[in-house]
Design a protein around this ligand. Structure first.
Ligand code: MN
Ligand code: MN
Length: 346
């Protein structure tokens, strides 16, 4: 008897988007993508000057990676501080659960970023926007709270703004907060693409950011994989994290092993999302002619993985001979070290 197996692929960029002034967003929670029980994600695009309004998330932290363009975030710290940071392609941000934040595109082109939330049940009903709140608050309370007259309060937004079109902030903008001294990283910003990667020539490279490099990121970690044509991110699993994938570039085969004889193998293209549940075995193979680029988010602050090659390499030959029923000449060919990535056959 075979049980019905879930799909571990969601075609995020083919979803009908939510649109607003200067903004486009597509989200996938467990309600859209049933396999993704532990992590949800969003692909958002802002035109220059457009902003995702001031808001917070009651049930998830927000980890983001900027694919293209640039943006500025502001975030309120519950201990009384605040931060304004500028982000460029290849940068990561992290906002702890419940911290208020806003995002505005800067520069002259669209800013595209991927948001990853450490809760598959993340949804808009757990997202609190400042205009939604203000517009449902009695005008007298709002006037007292904001120091405005009732006439001025009456001209405030009548409902949730969500996206707002503004003027692109620049370093010279008199309205922008003082620009931070150039720093490799800041409290909420980690320049992932500037990191020296783990590299397997001909196979691929991996950049990873965890709470070790990026201390504020206490609940999440992320990786950026670039796999050469024919290359393979080998069979492995993560003992303590779900894995949420966004395929940035290229084509792939990704397979999830669920025990009891169950394996789900699917094909992925740019714009697709993949998911490997905590503890499930999986691999990613580049099936295209170019480099495969995959963004990965984990709902754990540290990166841990078990590679099949490392496990085989760590076992005495007689264990492998008995387990696999193979003679020594075959066992002698098995991996003698951890590979992580493997080259493709030319
Ligand atoms: Mn947010
Ligand atoms: Mn993995």
């Amino acid at each position: 008897m075979t049980k019905a197996l879930p799909s571990f692929r969601y075609r995020l960029e083919q979803k009908e988007p939510r649109l607003g002034p200067g903004g486009i967003t597509r989200g996938a929670s467990v309600h859209d993508f049933p396999a993704s029980i532990g992590i949800a994600g969003v692909s958002m695009r802002l035109q220059p000057g457009a902003m995702r309004e001031m808001h917070w998330h009651a049930n998830a932290a927000e980890w983001a990676y900027v694919i293209s363009g640039s943006c500025r975030t502001t975030v309120l710290h519950p201990d009384g501080g605040s931060a304004t940071n500028d982000f460029y392609a290849g940068d990561v941000w992290y906002f702890p659960r419940g911290w208020g934040h806003a995002i505005q595109a800067t520069g002259t082109g669209e800013c595209h970023f991927i948001l990853i939330f450490d809760n598959g049940d993340f949804s808009e009903d757990h997202t609190f926007s400042v205009t939604d709140w203000m517009s449902r608050t009695p005008p007298t309370i709002l006037a007292q709270s904001l120091g405005l007259s009732l006439e001025e309060v009456a001209r405030l937004p009548k409902g949730e703004v969500y996206f707002a079109q503004g003027t692109p902030a620049t370093d010279q903008s008199p309205l922008s907060t003082p620009h931070e001294a150039p720093a490799l990283s800041a409290m909420h910003r980690y320049p992932l693409s500037a990191q020296e990667p783990r590299r397997v020539p001909g196979g691929g490279l991996q950049r990873t950011v965890t709470a070790r490099e990026f201390p504020i990121s206490q609940t999440m970690a992320g990786s950026l994989l670039e796999i050469e044509p024919g290359g393979l991110r080998e069979l492995h699993w993560h003992p303590a994290a779900d894995e949420w994938q966004y395929y940035i570039e290229g084509s792939a085969e990704m397979s999830v092993f669920l025990a009891e004889g169950s394996v789900v193998t699917e094909q992925f293209e740019a714009g697709d999302v993949g998911y490997a549940p905590m503890g499930s075995g999986h691999y990613i193979k580049n099936t295209g002619a170019g480099v495969l680029k995959v963004l990965i988010g984990f709902n754990h602050p540290h990166y841990q993985s078990n590679e099949l090659s490392a496990w085989l390499a760590s076992n005495p030959d007689d264990i492998l001979r008995a387990n696999l029923g193979q003679p020594q000449e075959v066992v002698a060919k098995l991996p003698k070290e951890s590979h992580f990535f493997l080259r493709g056959k030319a």
